[in-house]
Design a protein around this ligand. Structure first.
Ligand code: ZN
Ligand code: ZN
Length: 471
C-alpha cells in the first residue's frame, strides 16, 4: 500500500509493521557512489550532515541493489519495519527496498511542469509570473547584457558558507580554503552574508556513515566552538582579501570589483540565551547578521524541523532580538517556526530577514519551506526573504527564477532576495557558482522582470533591510 509522510506521524505507521509499502521521498546519504543504505526524508535536507531529529520524519532504508544518490526524489517499495528503543534513534526502516519507476516524471514532463501542476490554485493566488511555459534558457548575448546591468549594482547573497569555512574536520585540520573573491568578481556578486554554523558539534556522523542522533552540548561547548568557527571565517576573509562590512557606510561602498562579506551566524547557540554575548561577538568577530536558530532547538526558540518545545520564540530570544536591534545586527529568522516568526515580528523594531527558503502550499511536518502566511508575516515587517536553490526544489536556473517570481507574487517585489546556502546544501544547487549570477539575472529578465526589479531581487531589497538595521 501507498503511504505518505503524514502516515508516519499517526498511529497507523506502527500497525503497518511487516507490510509492503510504497513511499515517496528524498535520499539523504554521505555517499557519492550508488549505495544500498541511506536515509529517506520528506524533503531535501538544508545543510550537509543534518537529518530531521524527529524519528517520524526520516526512514532508514536498505536496498538489495545499489541506488544512485542523485538529487531526484524517489518512490520506494519495501517491507515496513518498526523499531523500539533503537540505539541510533531510528523508528522506521524499509527493508528489501527497491526503486519504483513511477517516481520519475513521465516523458514529456519536466520537473517544472510537475511543480506547476501542484499549483492548480495558482490563479486564485495571483501567481501571474509562475508560468510553466517559461521561455527557454537565455542565450549568451542576453547573459552578457545582464552581466553589464550588474556591473555597478550592489548584488547580495543573503546566506552563504562558501570558501570551505565550515565543518569540524576542516576547522580542526585547517583545510585549504576554496576561491571566493575570484568567482564573485567574475559573476558580479558584491556582498555575501557569510555564515558560520553554530550547532555543528551537536551532530555527528558514525564510521558507517550514519548520522548519529542529536546530543545536548555541554554548557559552554558551543560558545567555545564558535570562537574557532568565527576565527576560521575571518582567516578565509583575510586570505581572499575580502572587505568586511560593519556599518551602513561600508555597505553603501560595496562593489563586486572589491567583494565584501557581512559576518553572519547560522544559529545563535553560542549565546546560550545571554544578551551580553551578542555584544561580545559584535565586538570581537564583527558579527552583523544573526540567525536565531538552526537544526537544534536552542534557548531562543523553536525550529521548523523539530516538534515545538517553546511555543515559538522564548523570552531570551525576544531579548536577543531587542539587543540586535539596538546594536545594529540584522535579525534572521530562517529555520524558525511560524510561531517564532509571529512573536519576532511583534518585537523587532527593524525589518526581519528570512535568508533561505521557498514557498510551499503543503503544510508538511518538518519542512524548511514556508507557507504563504509565513512569508507575508516576514514581508509585513518590511523584511526580505531569500530564495534557496537546491536542485531538488528548483532543477535549473529557469525554475529557480520561477521560484523567485512565485515568492514575489505572494508578497511583493520589495520582499524577495536570494539565499544560495553556497557549500551548505546537501543536494546540488541551481546556482552552483557566483560566476552564474548573470545567468540568473538573465533568467529573471526573461520572466518579465524589469531591470530595476531584477536589481532589487539580487541585492537592493536586502540592502534596504540591512541599512535599516546596521548602525
Ligand atoms: Zn539553513
Ligand atoms: Zn546554511
Amino acid at each position: 500500500m501507498r503511504i505518505t509522510w503524514d502516515t508516519l506521524t499517526g498511529s497507523e505507521a506502527d500497525r503497518l509493521a511487516g507490510a509492503w509499502v510504497e513511499i515517496d521521498g528524498w535520499i539523504a546519504t554521505n555517499d557519492d557512489a550508488p549505495t544500498c543504505h541511506f536515509a529517506l526524508t520528506a524533503e531535501p535536507a538544508c545543510c550537509t550532515g543534518h537529518l530531521p531529529r524527529d524519528p517520524r520524519a526520516r526512514i532508514e532504508v536498505f536496498t538489495d541493489e545499489a541506488v544512485p544518490t542523485g538529487s531526484q526524489s524517489v518512490r520506494l517499495a519495501g517491507r515496513w519495519t518498526v523499531l523500539e528503543n533503537d540505539a541510533l534513534d531510528w523508528r522506521y526502516q524499509l527493508h528489501e527496498a527497491r526503486l519504483l519507476p513511477a517516481a520519475h516524471p513521465a516523458p514529456g514532463f519536466t520537473r517544472r511542469t510537475v511543480l506547476a501542476s501542484g499549483l492548480a490554485g495558482g490563479a486564485m493566488l495571483g501567481l501571474s509570473a509562475w508560468t510553466p511555459s517559461a521561455s527557454a534558457a537565455p542565450n549568451e548575448a542576453a547573459i552578457a547584457a545582464a552581466r553589464q546591468m550588474l556591473d555597478d549594482a550592489i548584488t547580495i547573497d543573503l546566506h552563504s558558507h562558501t570558501g570551505s569555512i565550515g565543518g569540524l574536520k576542516r576547522i580542526q585540520e585547517r583545510a585549504p580554503f576554496t576561491p571566493v573573491a575570484e568567482p564573485m568578481k567574475a559573476g558580479r556578486m558584491a556582498v555575501l552574508n557569510l555564515a558560520m554554523v553554530a550547532d555543528t558539534p551537536a551532530t555527528a556522523v558514525t564510521d558507517d556513515k550514519r548520522i548519529r542522533p542529536f546530543r545536548d552540548p555541554a554548557p559552554g561547548e558551543l560558545y567555545a566552538y564558535a570562537q574557532q568557527a568565527f576565527a576560521r571565517l575571518h582567516e578565509m576573509v583575510k586570505a581572499q582579501k575580502l572587505a568586511v562590512i560593519t556599518d551602513a557606510a561600508s555597505l553603501k561602498a560595496a562593489h563586486s570589483a572589491r567583494p565584501s562579506v557581512i559576518v553572519s551566524a547560522e544559529g545563535a547557540d553560542f549565546t546560550e540565551g545571554r544578551t551580553n554575548r551578542v555584544d561580545e561577538f559584535y565586538e570581537k568577530w564583527q558579527l552583523r547578521h544573526l540567525q536565531l536558530t538552526h537544526y537544534r532547538v536552542n534557548e531562543l526558540g523553536d525550529i521548523q524541523t523539530e516538534p515545538p518545545v517553546h511555543g515559538g520564540l522564548t523570552d531570551a530570544g525576544a531579548a536577543i532580538i531587542r539587543r540586535c536591534n539596538e546594536r545594529g545586527i540584522i535579525v534572521d529568522i530562517a529555520h524558525g517556526t511560524y510561531d517564532l516568526v509571529k512573536r519576532a515580528a511583534g518585537i523587532t523594531t527593524k525589518p526581519l530577514v528570512l535568508s533561505h527558503t521557498s514557498i510551499t502550499m503543503q503544510n508538511r511536518p518538518f519542512t524548511r519551506q514556508i507557507l504563504p502566511n509565513h512569508a507575508k508575516l516576514v514581508a509585513s515587517t518590511n523584511g526580505v526573504i531569500g530564495i534557496w536553490p537546491p536542485t531538488t526544489i528548483f532543477p535549473d536556473m529557469e525554475a529557480y527564477a520561477a521560484g523567485i517570481a512565485r515568492m514575489v507574487d505572494l508578497t511583493s517585489i520589495d520582499s524577495v532576495g536570494i539565499g544560495t546556502d553556497m557549500q551548505g546544501l546537501l543536494s546540488p544547487s541551481a546556482l552552483p557558482s557566483y560566476r552564474q549570477l548573470p545567468e540568473l539575472a538573465a533568467a529573471l529578465l526573461a520572466r518579465g522582470f524589469k531591470r530595476d526589479e531584477m536589481l532589487k531581487l539580487l541585492g537592493g531589497n536586502f540592502m534596504r533591510v540591512a541599512l535599516a538595521s546596521l548602525a
